[in-house]
Ligand binder design. Structure first.
Ligand code: F6P
Length: 319
């Protein structure tokens, strides 16, 4: 193996640049040439491929977004897209590819491996919805960003004695909601993976008001429903002075936290070492503090399980 390519794919996540840097620097340290591929699989198919040197990844470890840019490109699921991508890899003499992204990106990495180009997937998404890793690159930063925003919402909520319903991202995964909900002292956390009772939440908010609490906070994962919809449900059980807030894409921005930078660096480094061993079709993650690698097929057959004990914890401490 002489040349590797790196791409970021799907929704961007803070720490993707740190991962690209780790892949590039580890590869260079092991005598490989490195190519960046812009705009994920769309750029691969279009041939938007350029050589990366050590300086190109300097001052990147602390930067948000992805300097390789990204795209959602479902067309790579088709044979036509894959063959076009392979043709571009051959044209540039690239032997293997590191893919940094979420679930969809792993399908692309597996397709490349099956077509003879070893590819390793790294979990780059704020959602934390990937199995076989205790954290995805970007999750910690997104939680920090959401926590910071909700702390500010709480300021105004307290001044007005209002209840705020706040939507956080996560697609169908409630991890951001659970972690941020606990960190912000939410009265209730609502996630798609577990049942919830709107009346019980309304009663809890009323009881808190009666105790003299000057604000209410319900963190609702976007996979459940919109904050507006949840507020309408809530108002069926009480005359709340409530406001709905959607944090949205701001959760994907910002400087990566120390956890995300270190995670990205460890996983990026491991990906290159696996490729040097001639391995592909693997997803690299962090389990119990150790870097691990699993067959991508195992990922598709398993679903991520969040730390649902956070719901009970929050329920006990937020009354
Ligand atoms: O997967 C990351 C994520 O931010 C999800 O939390 C969210 O549901 C989705 O991407 C939004 O996607 P887009 O930016 O394409 O609207």
């Amino acid at each position: 193996m002489k040349r590797i390519g790196i791409l970021t794919s799907g929704g961007d996540a803070p720490g993707m640049n740190a991962a690209v840097r780790a892949v590039a620097r580890t590869a260079m340290d092991n005598g490989l040439e490195v190519f960046g591929i812009r705009y994920g699989f769309a750029g691969l198919v279009a041939g938007d491929i350029f050589p990366l040197d050590s300086e190109d990844v300097a001052h990147k470890i602390n930067t948000p977004g992805t300097f390789l840019y990204t795209a959602r490109y479902p067309e790579f699921a088709n044979e036509e897209g894959q063959l076009a991508g392979i043709a571009q890899l051959k044209k540039h003499g690239i032997d293997a590819v590191v893919v940094i992204g979420g679930d969809g990106s792993y399908h692309g990495a597996l397709a490349l491996t099956r077509r003879g180009f070893n590819s390793i997937g790294l979990p780059g998404t704020i959602d934390n919805d990937i199995p076989y890793t205790e954290a995805t690159i970007g999750y910690d930063t997104a939680c920090m960003t959401a926590m910071d925003a909700i702390d500010k919402i709480r300021d105004t909520a307290s001044s007005h004695h209002r209840v705020f319903i706040v939507n956080v991202m996560g697609r169908n995964c409630g991890d951001i909601a659970m972690r941020v909900g606990v960190a912000c002292g939410a009265d209730a956390i609502v996630i798609p993976e577990k049942p919830y009772d709107v009346k019980e939440i309304a009663d809890r908010l009323k009881a808190a008001q009666e105790r003299g609490k000057d604000h209410g906070l319900v963190v609702v994962a976007e996979g459940v429903m919109t904050a507006e919809e949840f507020m309408a449900e809530l108002k069926k059980y009480g005359d709340f002075d409530a406001r709905a807030n959607v944090l949205g894409h701001m959760q994907r921005g910002g400087t990566p936290t120390v956890s995300d930078r270190v995670l990205a660096t460890k996983l990026g480094n491991a990906a290159v070492h696996l490729l040097l061993e001639g391995k592909g079709g693997l997803a690299v993650g962090m389990e119990h503090g150790e870097v691990t690698a699993h067959d991508i097929l195992d990922l598709f057959e398993n679903t991520h399980k969040g730390d649902y004990s956070l719901l009970k914890l929050n329920s006990e401490v937020s009354k």
